[in-house]
Write a protein that binds this ligand. Sequence first.
Ligand code: HEM
Length: 511
Amino acid sequence: MSSANTSSASMTDSLHFPFIGRMPALSPLIAAVAILVTSIGVRFMLSNRSQVPIALSDNIASRNKRIDQYRFDSRRVLTEGYTQFKNQIFGLDTSEGIIMVLPTHFIDELKSHAALSFGATFDTLTLPEYTRIHAATPVILKLFIGKFNPSLGAFMPDMQTMIQTELLAALPKDNNWKSVKIYHILFHLVCKSAARSLLGEAAAENPRWLQVQTDYIGTAISYVQALKKWPKALRPFVYRYVEGYSTLRKQWNEGRAIVADFLARKKANNWEPLQQPPSFFDIVASTYRDMSVDEHLSLQVTFFVAGVHTSAATLTQALFDAAVNASCIAQVREEVQQLHASCGGVIRREHLSQLPKLDSFIKEVLRFSSPDLATFVRKSSQDVTLSNGFHIPSGTTLEVATGAIAMDPEVFDHPKIFDGLRFWKKRQLENESVKHQFTSVSPRDLEWGYGRHACPGRYMAEVAIKLVMIQILLRFELKNPEGIARHESFNFDGQTMPNTEADILMRDINA
Ligand code: HEM
């Protein structure tokens, strides 16, 4: 059964952002962190704003009010701009300046353009010279894609055991319905499995590492907001005195001590892997033996920011959708049960492609609730001229309105209907069987971005999300509390986050 799903909600002051442990529940800092976390998408200045029509400018005369609209109801602003200026380039007023939104027919000619940088947009947000959170370099990305991604399957048996154990400990143990704040459980699971494959088994079992990773991003973004209030030229003189600096240093040093221990063991082990399969740290350290502890820590933080919050948010959205789509989820569950029985309970990488209904379901989740409302975010380092003669000045930020495209009736039939089997049905058509997959990237599948910077972590996200979904569907039933519709999301500053404090009801069907 399909159900109407309207996940567009305006963000309220009470945005909760989910951190394990002792983070405060409500705070501007948390909102700021959320902006980075799912963000990898970043914002910047367009020098020649008169070139393009600006979204909402017909209805809202004040630029500041348009900025506020974007900040607190990004989905609506992007959708209105996209609908009004269909197939044209338009601008968005944001707190970081004007962003130029491109129709998708330009992305193929731009996808490998040397003057369009992804890293520059990331660095604008993180101020790496002060926080040490850098975009990954091409050589590191090459190692991640070429060496780490192919080893993902080898992590699966241990990850399955870990997920099973943690879920059974955290979720209801009998068949009475119990209320569960699922986000926090999922965040912790994603965090642990990421720590295991990115740094190592010992890191996944070290609560200090998980906490420091989580806390550091929060402190850094809050610190960046404070530092950005100072003119650029003064920042090298004031950065030590800006609020948050000493906490940032303390957390960095704590993370540093943990990574230093890994590096010392690696050297003592003659640069051989510290575990099988080798972690990403193992791979990087063996290849670049002169990399410092700080460089390793910086990499760990970057991949954590890029991968953990996005995957945990997507998993949470999947369970929120599962809770209100009983008949569709029954079909997905049946598929999972059959596979589980046929493979003797051990799910390997090749089995994931034998779950097309589960794949379709989570892809539909991403269509509705992708963490990034806009993707293919790039900053031009030189003037660029498009094939239609349109001139993009150097320093312009570009993006595509992924969340709005996902709701375009010319792209998807009945786009506002959540149909968990939508992509499975598409794959039944002739010559379509390998398209429309969760990890597909194309001008119609933009949730992972596009081109040379398309998300390299999407296979890692797929493994974590599918393994957790499989374990939950095998063991638990879920639904929303009586009278509660699908939990709404917060759409702010180009990002979507689930309500991290929302409850779903769960019960153990095997008890
Ligand atoms: C559901 C989970 C995830 C979503 C929705 C997501 C989404 C994205 C998007 C939209 C981009 C920008 C691509 C572009 O603009 O073309 C991106 C980039 C990136 N993602 Fe992911 N991501 C997820 C999980 C992960 C994971 C698990 C990792 C690894 C731990 C990861 C690592 C990265 C990195 C390193 C980049 C930057 C790539 C570059 O610099 O070229 N992501 N992601």
